[in-house]
Design a binder for this molecule. Structure first.
Ligand code: GTP
Ligand code: MG
Length: 258
């Protein structure tokens, strides 16, 4: 809004403040959505795909630096159109499949539009970086206008996050000129992290299948045993028999209701 008696620099300053606030509000809105999913999962489902969530608002200095680097006109409309990571949210999850589960849950929400998706999980960067990047747009309702504000959401596993934070530190420690041997080792570490993710995903899938069959089993089913936090684990008869042979204790067939 233009106040008629203000000098232009005061108007510019007010406009920039509103511009920055719109990104802060957009972060607040998306964080609320993520927190709702998180709480719902805690209460209704058997596990929570969201481990941690962080957000950051790019500083005005970094915005101007990026605008200059991209040779953009210093104008809020031009910046909004061309710089999409002013509002940033990072979601860390346990398993590979959670990345897409979280993406789908967000994309299904009617007031959130996915503008671009970059899947560095399916196609990692040359240095080994993996994550799913979404640019989403969300309406922010202010006193006199509605702005569609872009937010960058990065979704990654704990292993991917571990790798990315170390790589980031190394990159800046060497002032972007990382020695080749270290780059090779980082790439190797990324492959190791990826193998761990695949292994954990596989274990997770197996445990869920076991849980599903335990749930489907009739009550009092012989051959089920308590297993830590899992409600019940179905153990094949042959395995139970072989355990009974090896152990002087009675086979654990009666302990199914613990
Ligand atoms: P920027 O201009 O840096 O925002 O890159 P971009 O717009 O081409 O987007 P891109 O998807 O490549 O990267 C966006 C963000 O992802 C970066 O700001 C980082 O937070 C993260 N990122 C991308 N590549 C890497 C990487 O190689 N290492 C680490 N640690 N983070 C990365
Ligand atoms: Mg970016």
């Amino acid at each position: 809004m233009h106040a008629p008696n203000n000098p232009p620099e005061i108007d510019l300053r007010a406009e920039f403040t509103r511009f920055m606030m719109s990104y802060k509000f957009a972060i607040d809105e998306v964080m609320t959505k993520i927190n709702i999913l998180r709480e719902e999962f805690n209460h209704v489902h058997d596990y929570n795909p969201i481990e941690h969530v962080n957000s950051r608002l790019k500083s005005p200095e970094s915005i101007l630096e990026k605008a200059q680097r991209k040779s953009l006109e210093i104008d809020t409309a031009v910046i909004r159109e061309n710089i999409h990571d002013i509002a940033g949210i990072r979601i860390t999850c346990s398993f590979l499949s959670d990345i897409y589960k979280i993406r789908d849950m967000l994309a299904r929400q009617v007031d959130l539009t996915v503008i671009t998706e970059r899947d560095y999980v399916a196609a990692p960067k040359a240095n080994g970086y993996t994550s799913l990047h979404l640019i989403v747009s969300i309406p922010v309702f202010m006193s006199d206008r509605v702005e569609q504000v872009p937010v960058e959401i990065q979704i990654r596993t704990i292993a991917m996050d571990f790798w990315a934070s170390l790589e980031h530190k190394i990159y800046y420690k060497y002032n972007r000129e990382v020695p080749v041997t270290l780059l090779d080792e980082l790439k190797d570490a990324a492959a190791t992290a990826n193998r761990l993710d695949l292994k954990m995903q596989n274990l997770h899938t197996q445990v869920r299948q076991l849980n599903a069959s335990a749930d489907a089993a009739p009550a009092g089913n012989e051959g089920t045993v308590p297993f830590g936090d899992l409600e019940r684990l179905i153990v094949p008869k042959a395995l139970l028999d072989s355990l009974a042979e090896q152990s002087p204790r009675p086979a654990p067939t009666e302990a199914s209701d613990a």
